[in-house]
Design a protein around this ligand. Structure first.
Ligand SMILES: Cc1cc2nc3c(=O)[nH]c(=O)nc-3n(C[C@H](O)[C@H](O)[C@H](O)COP(=O)(O)O)c2cc1C
Length: 308
């Protein structure tokens, strides 16, 4: 049982500073180092799809799927006196454990714990049967990567003209959901959003691999494009930013540091929570759930246990 001794170590001390031995105000996710000089192939290529796709073809795909399995979750109990009064610090504690695992308690690392579902809502004007127009809130969800937390909230980066950003500009509220299968944990967040300071977006953009920076310029995210159009745009962007002398023909490798400015249409969003829920899977569906809420950003957090 991977979590057998986890509970003991987690409840040893009630002094929060001992329980949460990481920076209080800022958690920045450092990924394994990526080769900053690697670029996408220099000509439109099908390389990524060269390997055989194991997905059943349309003729052999099942017409229905049905699941009858019943997983039993058996993580340690989550108890009120283990919770930090600040949900962002509590999140940092769970996230750090998910990212690094803990050999001493046989806690596994979670694969890509920074992947989170982001839901936004847009008001769509629709005709009713009486021909009057009503605004119907329509949600949409996609996965994005958490890149940092700070004392205010959760940060991710994207294209500001994308569907999600359009929806956030129209209605500046979002919800996030993390599912960490390896540790049977879920974290849900609801909050208001604001754009990250330009200087912070630029700093993060400049830390990205060259290929990702070029890709940000080349992709009119969420718009309809023709086959091969984005690859062609990448080639155009390469010509704009990378002098010939820096590009070794053939390998698509760049020599030296390349300066690629952060596009105006690209940057970060911060989700400033007013609700955060921590869920820990338990046997027989009797999961532990604690929800933090606050009425406004200056108020104290209230913590409630919720029925599973
Ligand atoms: C694992 C994973 C991580 C992703 N991370 C991001 C991200 O950090 N930022 C982003 O804009 N899109 C990311 N995407 C792509 C989004 O899911 C989505 O396709 C894209 O942002 C366009 O969404 P939109 O049309 O709703 O704006 C990621 C997708 C996956 C599967």
């Amino acid at each position: 049982m991977p979590f057998q001794s986890f509970k003991r170590s987690f409840t040893l001390s009630r002094t929060y500073t001992h329980l949460f031995p990481f920076p209080r105000n800022l958690l920045v996710i450092r990924m394994s180092s990526t080769n900053l000089t690697s670029l996408p192939p220099s000509s439109p290529s099908t390389k990524a799809t060269d390997s055989v796709d194991p997905t059943p073809t349309s003729s052999s795909a099942p017409t229905k799927v049905k699941l009858t399995s019943h997983n039993q979750y058996s993580t340690p109990r989550l108890l009120r006196d283990q919770l930090h009064p600040d949900p962002l610090i509590q999140f940092n504690a769970w996230f750090t454990l998910a990212l690094n695992g803990d050999e001493s308690t046989h806690t596994p690392k979670v694969h890509e714990p920074e992947a989170m579902a982001l839901s936004t809502v847009t008001l769509t004007s629709t005709s009713t049967s009486t021909q009057s127009k009503v605004s119907i809130p329509i949600p949409s969800t996609r996965i994005v990567l958490l890149k940092a937390t700070d004392s205010q909230g959760f940060l991710f980066y994207t294209n500001y003209t994308s569907r999600k950003s359009q929806e956030l500009l129209e209605n500046p509220y979002a919800s996030l959901c993390f599912y960490w299968r390896e540790t049977s944990r879920q974290v849900r967040v609801v909050g208001r959003v604001e754009k990250v300071d330009r200087s912070d977006s630029e700093a993060y953009f400049n830390s990205r691999p060259v290929g990702s920076r070029l890709g940000a310029w080349a992709s009119p995210q969420s718009t309809v494009v023709q086959d091969g159009e984005v690859q062609q745009r990448v080639e155009d962007v390469k010509k704009r930013f990378i002098p010939d002398t820096n590009l070794q023909q053939g390998g698509g490798q760049v020599q030296g540091e390349i300066e690629i400015e952060c596009p105006e249409f690209w940057g970060g969003w911060r989700v400033i929570p007013f609700e955060v829920e921590f869920w820990s899977g338990q046997p027989s569906r009797l999961h532990d759930r604690f929800r933090y809420t606050r009425s406004d950003e200056a108020s104290e957090w209230i913590i409630d246990r919720l029925a599973p």
